[in-house]
Design a protein around this ligand. Structure first.
Ligand code: HOC
Length: 392
């Protein structure tokens, strides 16, 4: 029962047992040897806390703001494609329902490659206060992209997260080993409109999806998008400080420091490490105000969120944990995941001696080991991807 799920790892363990081979392979895979996939999480283990004592923490307030709007909690559900693979009935709609079902309404970023239509996910919102954002993959046919943005605007989605770390598909071997096929109703809705881009392929879910995305995207396209829409634009997939500076100088509303959950370029650095590098550079240029820096990748604990907030993140995104919660228990799972992570964050803040998000700062952290990466993965672990027999 759901009550036995104590932490976000429990959802993952359960998902690995109950999901179809295809869904598990697609959701869980990282690129190449999955060094970055592991590092995203491991990097959090190299940061320790320096708590203050004797601070009044009877009340801990998690309220903050993201993209200029009040937020109950400093985290959001990050976009993940094809939610119906794991939850055929509810898909992304159940994420919307779960996000509005707790005392803390959580923003949901909806993928361009969602398996429910944008209309369905927008209609599944529980109340108007609930924020939904649109994650955009830019299509080679710019009319497709323009139509998608206008549609997102009409539906009241309040920000555009443009993903820029996937000009070509990362090498996800776990996924490729599964002969992929989707029923017509669990593939990416947006692709099912064009027969050529159908999700019914046999070369891995990711490869099927990649046909939708334009590899020639540049900063000029971001400038174009800025003119085209009034929605705040956030660049998702930034991996070095200079690019965050450039996004801020162009008038973007923010960036997501992200390596796509370790699914694209293996040996990309962990976003939390990039955050530690980026915030001082933004500050140096006077660009840290009115510009949101988000991180995603590897966040599984309230303490992970706390570390990112201390380093200056405006909020953090969690993708796979919500996918797994949604796949195992639908909207109740999503709501339970929100409760778990909220309680963990609240408790960790109390133990750190801080009662408000705005009081967090890097002084609470011991960062001595952050850059001491160790990627001595046992050789056998590199073959983990073969845990399911390849279908040759
Ligand atoms: C170049 C295409 O975000 C995933 C999704 C879809 C990626 C398509 C990348 O599987 O990570």
């Amino acid at each position: 029962p759901l009550g036995n799920v104590l932490n976000l790892y429990d959802f993952e363990r359960l998902a690995s047992r109950i999901l179809s081979n295809q869904a598990w392979a697609y959701y869980s895979s990282g690129a190449d040897d999955e060094i970055t996939y592991r590092e995203n999480h491991n990097a959090y283990h190299r940061i320790f806390f320096k708590p203050h004592i004797l601070v009044d923490v009877a009340e801990v307030d998690l309220h903050t703001s993201m993209l200029g709007k009040p937020a109950d909690v400093p985290f959001y559900v990050s976009a993940t494609a094809l939610c119906k693979l794991g939850n055929p009935e509810g898909g992304e709609m159940d994420i919307a329902r779960g996000c509005g079902a707790t005392a803390h309404s959580v923003p949901q970023m909806i993928s361009t490659l969602a398996s429910c239509s944008l209309d369905e996910v927008a209609q599944a919102k529980v109340d108007d206060k609930q924020q939904q954002w649109f994650q955009l993959y830019v299509n080679s046919d710019r009319k497709v992209t323009r139509d998608l943005i206008r549609h997102a605007e009409e539906l009241g989605l309040s920000a555009l997260f443009v993903t820029v770390d996937a000009p070509s598909l990362g090498n996800r071997e776990k996924d490729q080993k599964i002969k992929f096929s989707t029923k017509s109703d669990d593939g990416a809705q947006v692709m099912q409109k064009g027969a050529a881009a159908s999700g019914r392929q046999s070369d891995g879910a990711s490869k099927a999806l990649s046909k939708f995305i334009d590899p020639s995207l540049t900063w000029d396209d971001i400038a174009y998008l800025k003119k085209f829409t009034d929605l705040p634009i956030v660049i998702k997939g930034v991996q070095r400080a200079e690019d965050a500076v450039r996004a801020a100088q162009m008038g973007c509303a923010g960036v997501v420091l992200s390596n796509h959950g370790g699914r694209q370029l293996d040996f990309s650095r962990a976003p939390i490490e990039v955050l530690a590098e980026t915030m001082p550079v933004l500050r140096h240029h006077g660009l840290d105000k009115d510009f949101d820096v988000f991180v995603d990748g590897g966040i599984r604990r309230g303490t992970d969120i706390l570390k990112a907030l201390c380093l200056g993140a405006s909020g953090v995104g969690l993708g796979r944990p919500f996918l797994y919660a949604n796949s195992c228990y639908g909207k109740e799972g999503v709501a339970h995941a929100i409760d778990i992570i909220t309680k963990e964050l609240e408790m960790s803040m109390r133990l750190l001696g801080v009662s408000k998000i705005e009081d967090l700062n890097p002084g609470f952290l011991d960062l001595t080991s952050l850059h001491a990466r160790s990627v001595n993965v046992a050789r056998d672990a590199l073959y983990e991807n073969s845990y399911r027999e390849p279908q040759l």
